[in-house]
Write a protein that binds this ligand. Structure first.
Ligand SMILES: Nc1ncnc2c1ncn2[C@@H]1O[C@H](COP(=O)(O)OP(=O)(O)OP(=O)(O)O)[C@@H](O)[C@H]1O
Ligand SMILES: [Mg+2]
Length: 415
């Protein structure tokens, strides 16, 4: 089952509070702390100390927890090829994504357990009353200098309440260099879905994107920071290319031979694997975020609204009904076209591709491939480019939002 979007969960929370008792005291003056200043989208004064009716917030957090519970139950019902494998219960797989961090492990009942958290945060100016309120409502927050960073899905609840900007530690698959709290915040957010190792040296595998030409050193930094964090939490940590993780999750019955494509928020990752060995890996630095931003710009609407419409109603097999839908179709077409063309050029210039005696499958994962009609559109456009390898079929991953974490688990849990 495909998870409801964060905005979906959020809408549920916020609908219940559309007439909420939230008032904001905005007479606290400005903050001169440079990088830690609140970044607000609109021209109204930045949100300062929230005076919140505590019961109302309790209610919303309670509803949020219910949504998460349903989410976990649906995970437990999911079936996937990892079930066929003998995976250690001590192993953990982690998808470090631009928009979400997802962990996967095998639970006591031998079923897969996944946990997911929004990879984002919202900055509030510090006040004791705000801090007490966050603590009382068991919200995820961190005091950073003169600010409170509310992170994960709770950060999005606050961003929507304040109509402010949700910050992210990552962009285009990597830690952001211009976000002063990126490293600190990604560790906090990751800790929500990956606890300390139950035994020192338990195996953990986390996803990394393919290196970008000319920016290889950025990936070295990103990978080293995460590895150091997981090692510090007691794990024997290794990394896996995101496209290869998709292959390990979805192509067990094909001896891990085929093409894995993960189309996420920040980028697309592609891996051609032969018997689990990555032969070609590369990335395209565009994904769902680029679609949202481009559509919002041309139809003069907010990115948040475009994202909600995209996630909740877009069907690429149907004729667009309005400008916004038309723009979504156009930018989806553009992304798929760039992707299939880069698959064609990259594969064509790769020397010594393995000789295959039969066509191989291509499997699509990541949130961007979820809309109705996506697979058919992708397959049609793929068939129009030249490829040195014959593709038997284009498939959708069983659970596109969790395939990378599951593949990382396969990598961590099998010798
Ligand atoms: N139902 C849906 N329909 C369309 N798009 C969706 C849906 N659900 C999520 N998305 C989009 O998928 C993207 C997130 O996908 P995913 O979680 O795979 O990315 P990520 O792993 O965090 O990012 P990346 O791999 O690029 O670092 C976002 O752009 C989101 O808007
Ligand atoms: Mg991803």
């Amino acid at each position: 089952m495909v998870e409801k979007s964060d905005d979906g969960i959020l809408k549920k929370l916020l609908n219940s509070s559309s007439n909420s008792n939230l008032n904001f005291n905005t007479n606290n003056g400005t903050d001169n702390e440079g990088p830690t200043t609140i970044r607000n989208n609109n021209s109204s004064p930045p949100p300062l100390t929230p005076i919140v009716e505590s019961d109302s917030l309790h209610e919303r957090v309670g509803e949020y927890k219910d949504s998460e519970r349903q989410f976990s139950n649906s995970n437990n019902n999911s079936t996937n090829s990892t079930r066929d494998l003998n995976i250690s219960k001590k192993a953990v797989g982690v998808d470090i994504g631009t928009s979400r961090i997802v962990s996967a492990r095998i639970g006591n009942d031998h079923k897969e357990l996944t946990q997911s958290e929004l990879n984002a945060f919202f900055m509030l100016p510090y006040s004791q009353i705000s801090q007490d309120l966050l603590a009382k409502n068991k919200m995820n927050y961190l005091k950073i200098k003169e600010h409170l960073s509310v992170y994960g899905i709770h950060g999005q609840v606050f961003a929507n309440m304040f109509n402010g900007e949700l910050l992210r530690p990552m962009k285009d698959g990597l830690l952001k260099s211009d976000e002063p709290y990126a490293v600190q915040m990604i560790k906090e957010i990751t800790s929500l879905v990956v606890g300390k190792a139950s035994e020192l040296g338990n195996k953990l595998c986390f996803s990394i994107p393919a290196p970008k030409t000319g920016q290889e050193s950025d990936l070295i930094f990103h990978e080293a920071i995460l590895k150091k964090y997981f090692v510090g939490a007691g794990y024997n940590a290794t990394s896996i290319n995101e496209g290869l993780a998709v292959v390990l999750s979805e192509l067990a019955h094909e001896n891990y031979t085929g093409i894995g494509v993960s189309m996420g928020a920040g980028m697309c990752n592609i891996c051609f694997s032969f018997m689990s060995v990555p032969v070609v890996t590369f990335g395209l630095p565009q994904g769902g975020d680029h679609i949202d931003q481009s559509v919002a710009r041309v139809v003069n609407d907010s990115i948040t609204r475009v994202k909600v419409i995209k996630e909740e109603t877009l069907d690429l097999s149907k004729t667009p009904k309005n400008n916004l839908e038309q723009a979504l179709h156009i930018y989806y077409d553009d992304l798929i076209s760039k992707l299939v063309n880069s698959i064609s050029t990259t594969f064509s210039k790769t020397e010594n591709l393995p000789k295959l005696n039969k066509p191989i499958p291509l499997v699509l994962a990541g949130g961007t491939c979820i809309p109705g009609g996506f697979k058919v559109k992708f397959d049609k456009m793929l068939r129009q480019v030249e490829l040195p390898i014959e593709i038997s079929e284009t498939r959708l991953a069983t659970d596109p939002l969790r395939a990378t974490a599951r593949g990382a688990l396969v990598c961590a849990g099998t010798e």
